[in-house]
Each structure stands twice: as structure tokens, then as C-alpha cells.
Design a protein around this ligand. Structure first.
Ligand SMILES: *Cc1c(COP(=O)(O)O)cnc(C)c1O
Length: 456
């Protein structure tokens, strides 16, 4: 392992050349999915007793396998929630790996965790939460939501006579699927407020009034969304905060996608009320230009998370010792061993400054508004609802669900764009519509025009 021979040097050069080429390309090849049998025919078996050698393995990856992936940072990838990690953050992801830092405990990871905490401090400042609020980086929004929900449930159990009962959470039908699936993990019931637009206090009250007294006693949390994944819609956060305060319920805001827009002055006011949350999820790997994977969970009172998450174990005791005292990220979320995944964000923020982030997020919003104008000026297209954050929902007049699907696959087949349809409840009907979600500041007017032209 320790003899660095000439082959290794060459392989390293090959890999560095690829990395530099890849991150300097603003328009990477789109790639397209392939069936497993087709890949197997091209690549064959790669693992054997002797090894196939780094050069060969890398060649297979570079020339075949990576081409069967769709880069999330392609400027015409406007499906789901795409991403656009900065060059600085991608490079620093390599540094993070090379530095072999254990990110669970301050004792081992102090210098790395210091950097993460600098970046976290900026995130916390965007939320407007009171002094003392803090958070940790997680593997993503799902893990952040789960960590917050565990904290909420533990807090409820400690402070109510319902210790052995199943808790009930309220969220909206527009909430992300992870909220519902993480509720299964903590064995909580979820009541859905049926709305595709912003959830209001009266929506919640209607649901609560339909509950029995016994059920009402089991209510422990409301999860509001700070930018739905489908349409960018922000719940009435101030109203949900008031409702939660009046009933002593945990108030979680899932802003995994929308949270980046807290940095954008043009839409910041729409998040009014988020500063009263007990916990907030934000995914830097969505709209804050970090590489996968990087989520974040922030708590108003971090000690409540610590009470819920800190792990005990005889070999872990040293970390609680005076000599190692410091911030232990593992105490605040579900994971023990962890990569210092906030490090790429830290380096990029430190290099570029926060104003650059503000500009880049605003650029996503500008692109969405520009797309709306272009759609409104096109005879065969119309908006379904106005733009929210950077999501654009629109219809191709006369198209059936099948047409949208075919259009998606044709664009992909031509390695031209990845734009997928979605469903949206409109006038009481679930309608299949086209959707753009803008993240990448390198997407251009011409990119949008070319995609709209492909719907002619
Ligand atoms: C994407 C998303 C999630 C899930 O985050 P992952 O990072 O994919 O785990 C949760 N909530 C919302 C609102 C999202 O947009």
C-alpha cells in the first residue's frame, strides 16, 4: 500500500485531469440512463481476485459508466430539484476526503468541525432564530427531518402524560414524502391538511377540530414547508407558529429545497415566521451549491436535540471528557460516524463570500420569472400558477399525460435536457403539467427558449 509506483502516479494524474476537466465544464455531457444488461455487456465484471488495475477501472468509469449518469449541474437539467455545486466546493470535497477527518466528535475533528460551525453560523443567521439556536450538517433533508422529529417526539414524551402513546403530527399534503416516511420510522401518525397551496392556521384548525379529545392529546408537532418541492409554495409560517405556540406543539419547518432562498432579499419576507420555529431543515446540496450530500438541521434549543440524540457507550465516554470538550455533531442528529460534510460549503463560502451566494440564489428566481414571461408570450403554453421561488408549473395546451412523458424521453434520448412533468391539483383536478426548477445560475435564456421550442 505504501509503495507509490509509477502506475499510481499516472492513475492519479489521469484522475486529476478528469476532475479538472469536469469542474471547468459548465455544459457537461448530459448522459442518459442505460439498462443494466447493456452496461454489463460494455463493462463486464470489474471485481476479481487480482484486481483489474486502477487505470482500467478508471477508464471504464470515465468512458462508459459516467456517461450512463445525468449530471445534476447540467444547465438544462431542470427536473426534480437539480443542483449546481460550486467548483470550490467540489474541489474541497476532494480535500475533505483526503484529510480523513472523523466528524462525530470534537476530540478528533476539532479543526474540521470549527469550519462546519462557521458555515452553520451563517445558515442560522439566515433563519433569524434567536441567540442560542444552532445546528449540524446531515446527509440530507430526510435525515434532518428525522432528527428533528425524534427530538420533537422525545420532548413531548418527557413533558406529557402520554408517554406510551403514539404521537400525532400535522403536515400538509404538499409536504415532502420524507416527512411521511420518517413519521413511520418514529411510529407517529400523520394527519394531512389537504391543500396544494399555502397551509394556513384555519386549515390546521379544521383538521384539529375533527379530532377526538384523546387524539388531540396525542398531537405533538406541526411540520410546515418552506417551499414545497413540487411548486415552491411556502406555508403561512407565522400563522402556523402562532397555532403551535397556543397549543405548545413543536413547530418544524422543512425548508430543504426553499431554505437557500432565505439568502435572497427578493423573497425573504415570504418566510416570515420561520424565526419562531423549534427546528428547521435546509439542504445546502439543493440551493446552496454544495456537492452531495449535505443537509442541515437547526434547532432553536439545541440542548433538546442533545437530550434526544447523544449516544452512550463505554468506549465513547472519552469524548465527554473535559480534555476533549467541544461541540460534538453526533449529539444532535441520528448519525454517529460522519463525514465533515459541511466542509465543502465552508470553503466555498469562505472563498466567495455570502454576497455571491445571495446573487446566485437570486439568479434562480430571476430565471423562473423570465421563464414565466416567455411562457406567457408563447401561444401553445400557459402558466398553471404564478412562479413560486424558482418553480415554474405550466401546461402545453392540448397535451395529455402521455405527451409530456414522450417529450421527456425524447429530450433525454437526444441528450438535450432533463425536464420532467409533475402533477398539480388545479380546480379540484389532478392535472399532469410541465415543471421547471431553477438552481443553476449558468442556465441561460437560450437554454429555456430551446426547451420551450421542443414543446411546439
Ligand atoms: C428534497 C427534500 C427533502 C428530502 O431531502 P433529501 O436531501 O433528498 O433527503 C425533504 N423535504 C423537502 C421539502 C425537499 O425538497
Amino acid at each position: 500500500m505504501h509503495n507509490i509506483d509509477i502506475d499510481v502516479v499516472e492513475m492519479t494524474m489521469d484522475i486529476m485531469k478528469y476532475v479538472l476537466g469536469r469542474i471547468t465544464k459548465t455544459n457537461p455531457e448530459l448522459g442518459k440512463p442505460m439498462k443494466e444488461e447493456a452496461l454489463r455487456a460494455l463493462v463486464g465484471e470489474t471485481i476479481n481476485e487480482k484486481g483489474i488495475g486502477g487505470e482500467k477501472a478508471f477508464e471504464l468509469f470515465r468512458d462508459v459508466l459516467v456517461k450512463a449518469t445525468i449530471p445534476i449541474d447540467h444547465p438544462r437539467h431542470l427536473a426534480f430539484v437539480p443542483a449546481a455545486p460550486t467548483r470550490a466546493s467540489v474541489l474541497f470535497d476532494l480535500v475533505t476526503a483526503a484529510s480523513s477527518i472523523h466528524g462525530a466528535y470534537w476530540m478528533e475533528g476539532a479543526g474540521g468541525i470549527y469550519c462546519e460551525n462557521e458555515a452553520m453560523q451563517w445558515l442560522v443567521s439566515l433563519t433569524g432564530l434567536p441567540k442560542g439556536a444552532f445546528g449540524v450538517f446531515t446527509s440530507g433533508g430526510t435525515a434532518a427531518n428525522l432528527s428533528a422529529m425524534v427530538t420533537a417526539r422525545e420532548y413531548w414524551r418527557k413533558n406529557s402524560p402520554n408517554t406510551n402513546k403514539k404521537g400525532i403530527m400535522i403536515t400538509s399534503s404538499g409536504a415532502h414524502s420524507s416527512v411521511k416516511s420518517m413519521a413511520k420510522v418514529i411510529d407517529a401518525e400523520v394527519l394531512l391538511v389537504p391543500t396544494e397551496t399555502a397551509m394556513t392556521r384555519s386549515d390546521i384548525e379544521t383538521v384539529v377540530q375533527s379530532l377526538s379529545e384523546e387524539q388531540q392529546a396525542r398531537l405533538f408537532a406541526v411540520v410546515a414547508t418552506g417551499g414545497t418541492t413540487n411548486a415552491g409554495i411556502i406555508d403561512d409560517l407565522a400563522a402556523v407558529a402562532s397555532f403551535c405556540e397556543s397549543r405548545d406543539l413543536w413547530f418544524h419547518v422543512d425548508a430543504a429545497y426553499g431554505g437557500g432562498a432565505l439568502a435572497a432579499p427578493s423573497v425573504r419576507a415570504q418566510f416570515h415566521g420561520i424565526e419562531r420555529a423549534d427546528s428547521i431543515t435546509i439542504d445546502p446540496h439543493k440551493w446552496l451549491f454544495s456537492p452531495y450530500d449535505c443537509g442541515a438541521v437547526i434547532y432553536k434549543k439545541p440542548h433538546l436535540a442533545k437530550e434526544a440524540h447523544a449516544q452512550e457507550g463505554s468506549y465513547l465516554e472519552i469524548f465527554k471528557d473535559e480534555g476533549a470538550a467541544g461541540f460534538n455533531p453526533s449529539d444532535y442528529q441520528i448519525q454517529l460516524t460522519r463525514r465533515v460534510r459541511g466542509l465543502p460549503l465552508w470553503f466555498s463560502l469562505a472563498m466567495h463570500g455570502t454576497a455571491k451566494y445571495e446573487w446566485a440564489v437570486e439568479q434562480g428566481i430571476r430565471l423562473a420569472l423570465e421563464a414565466q414571461k416567455m411562457i406567457e408570450a408563447t401561444s401553445y403554453l400557459e402558466m398553471v400558477i404564478d412562479v413560486h421561488l424558482s418553480c415554474v408549473l405550466f401546461r402545453r395546451i392540448g397535451w395529455e399525460p402521455e405527451d409530456y412523458k414522450e417529450w421527456t424521453y425524447q429530450n433525454l434520448e437526444k441528450k438535450f435536457a432533463l425536464v420532467t412533468p409533475t402533477k398539480f391539483l388545479h380546480r379540484g383536478q389532478m392535472e399532469t403539467v410541465a415543471r421547471f426548477c431553477f438552481i443553476n445560475p449558468d442556465t441561460t435564456h437560450e437554454d429555456i427558449q430551446a426547451i420551450l421550442d421542443s414543446m411546439q
